[in-house]
Design a protein around this ligand. Sequence first.
Ligand code: ATP
Length: 368
Amino acid sequence: RRNIAVMTSGGDAPGMNANVRAIIRAAIYKGCHAFAIFEGYSGLVKGGPEYIKEMKWHNVRGWLSEGGTNIGTARCMEFKERWGRLAACKHLIEAGIDALIVCGGDGSLTGADLFRSEWPSLIEELLGKKEITQHQFDTYKHLNICGTVGSIDNDMSSTDATIGAYSSLARICEAIDYIGATAKSHQRAFVVEVMGRHCGWLALMAGIATAADYIFIPEKPSSRAEWSDHMCEIVKKHRARGKRNTIVIVAEGAIDINLNHISPEDVKDVLVKSLKLDTRITTLGHVQRGGPAVAYDRNLATLQGVAAVEAVLDGTPDTPSPMIAVAENKIVRRPLVEAVKLTKSVARAISQKNFAQAISLRDSEFNE
Ligand code: ATP
């Protein structure tokens, strides 16, 4: 019988609970013991029965729709250090775990991949220090790792959707619909800041779904003169056609051509000074992360949870760690390292102002 553990890491996202539920139940269904690591990599570094618990079928009852993550998540600096990963290795072996599924963003999956590649040297060090027995060394020679992508930002390469992104999008659209009612009544303009870190997916998709007048995303920077003229021209045109409200969506990572952050205040200033519009700012903040998962995320997380258990059961020391993705509506395995590398290359290209390269890298995943 295999012992499979699941943990959630990085920012919480609706659908993480559905993913954990599916992993635990699929593992039990396949005849394995299922474990949960509580509080992300912190729990792994601290170890012991408080943080590494065996989970039974009924322990995850009712988790399918719940927002957040019931097994906790954390940002853990210790896991970025070798000594932290050494402690994590020891604690997994002590708990008898031989496969780990991590649901998180690109940082969490980078950590997972590093952990697996270092595993042989970690267990050797533990044996040398007599912290594990020869029998444990022989039994836990290899750790199977698999990643599922949980993030509201939809910022991971090699997958069309991350678990939580559609729930967040739904919440943003709902909030903008509410704001729209006030805006229309008072003929106001609203500048709405949405999450997404360095990725404009939430802002762009919300903009289309709410018929926003203008959208700022990190992937399409322009100079201040350019964006202010362009935005004012469009807003003026819409007002001239009789539109009573104005909605401008700003991604939190929006930047201009010099990589300076474009803030909601910058946008408001232009709307007030150039168009004399009564303008308010709404920063949606953490409501975008909370609440129950939409049906799409529940289903995605469930299908991917089952696929992740199958992937670790198929894993061999020679196969690269997989990441469970969705591509053209199919649940597929992708090499975790490649997906993380591509995600980081896009971020690097943007930080070097190489926007054409960033777009071509992003497109490359669709041209495989
Ligand atoms: P989100 O997209 O929601 O921010 P994320 O997984 O990218 O999620 P991070 O804060 O980047 O969030 O990473 C979560 C945790 O993963 C970190 O606190 C750390 O414990 C681990 N981690 C991240 N990067 C590395 C790394 N390079 N090496 C080892 N561990 C890492």
